[in-house]
Design a binder for this molecule. Sequence first.
Ligand code: PNS
Length: 170
Amino acid sequence: MRIGIYPGSFDPITFGHLDIIRRAAKLADRIIVGVAAHSGKSALFSVDERIKLLNTALEQGDFPKDCEIIVEGFDTLLIDLMQKHKAQMVVRGVRQYSDFEYEAQMSALNAKLSDYDIETIFLAANAEYQSIASRFIKQVAELGGDVSPFVPKHVVEALGNIQGINSTKL
Ligand code: PNS
């Protein structure tokens, strides 16, 4: 059984993330979308809110039926989540070359930390989604811009519902 983990902050989920989930689902029998409590960034949405936004997006979207997609929060090391699920691969989306430096470092670190074989699979972001980053989405939303080209409708609403987004979190 091929089990993959797609970890991230997902603060909030974007069309770019959903595209990676859809494509990762073609490569595995089960994909665990791991919503990290510890990503080194302060988050706008709580882990529970991010999970809820993700699950709604997965219910509404069209995803490969032969892959089980599970959303789970984690506050441990990624490699511990992998071990818990007996996952063999990490999936990460890469937009620009500059993303790759950080990703390569993280992949090498995880390989070193883990005491069993894991592989990181990098999926090149679809050209259509290359400009999408959750960090920018939050900024655009805070400044009154239209984020509907980048995130599902319920996420647009969730961003709109946050009164006076705290700019220290962007
Ligand atoms: O979407 P992001 O913020 O780029 O994702 C980063 C993430 C969550 C994949 C990374 O910070 C992570 O794996 N955090 C869990 C804690 C961990 O294992 N840290 C060591 C590897 S950086």
